[in-house]
Ligand binder design. Structure first.
Ligand code: SAH
Length: 196
């Protein structure tokens, strides 16, 4: 059977920490696959923010979620054509410190412009912003793609960020197939549950 894929593991770790009615964020909406999964987890009483710098991605995401609106299962959905590094300014003030889960799926838009990729400096700024937006016990997941140009440097930057997080801020883990160094892998941080 094998181990879960990195994306399935990210979804599992998020599902374990998310309830209906929660606030969640997709930091890289892409084609909306993760946004849809997040929307299904939080349900119609929840709130989903989805960020992308490409209109095409937000349109694909909106289309993917239209099936939920037809069934009245759509959460409050905020599609934001902004870089995720601005998320702390764009998320409602009363959602700061309350998000259950924030997902990053780096790299380029599948089926889109492969030269438009996430960049280490904005990714790290967004991860810092994400930690501030999470509630205690909330999770940020980040799927890394070391196999494409630029991806390895970005993956190393994210790992460095996670390694240097103070343990009072949260617990950082990695989920990775060790024999395929170019395969996507997952870094996750659970925000400290109780401040020391
Ligand atoms: N590589 C993944 C999908 C990644 S999609 C896979 O194969 O499943 C990554 C998305 O991040 C793209 O749609 C891209 O437009 C978006 N993106 C790039 N830079 C961004 C930024 N600064 N803020 C928000 N989204 C960004």
């Amino acid at each position: 059977m094998g181990f879960l894929s990195v994306l399935s593991m990210a979804h599992r770790w998020i599902a374990e920490r998310t309830q209906p009615g929660d606030v969640v964020i997709d930091a890289t909406a892409g084609n909306g696959v993760d946004t849809l999964a997040l929307a299904q987890l939080v349900g119609p009483r929840g709130t989903v923010y989805a960020f992308d710098v490409q209109q095409q991605a937000l349109e694909a995401t909106e289309a993917r979620l239209s099936a939920l609106s037809a069934e009245d299962k759509l959460p409050s959905l905020r599609l934001l054509l902004h870089s995720h590094e601005e998320m702390d300014k764009l998320v409602d003030a009363d959602h700061i410190g309350r998000a259950a889960a924030i997902m990053f799926n780096l790299g380029y838009l599948p089926g889109g412009d492969a030269s438009l990729i996430t960049q280490p400096s904005s990714t790290l700024a967004a991860l810092d912003a994400a930690l501030a937006i999470l509630r205690p016990g909330g999770i940020v997941t980040c799927v890394l793609y070391p196999g494409h140009p630029g991806g390895n440097e970005e993956a190393a930057a994210v790992e460095g960020w996670a390694c240097s997080l103070p343990r009072v801020a949260g617990q950082a883990v990695v989920y990775r197939q060790l024999q395929r160094q170019t395969a996507p892998y997952l870094v996750a941080v659970e925000k400290k549950r109780q401040p020391d």
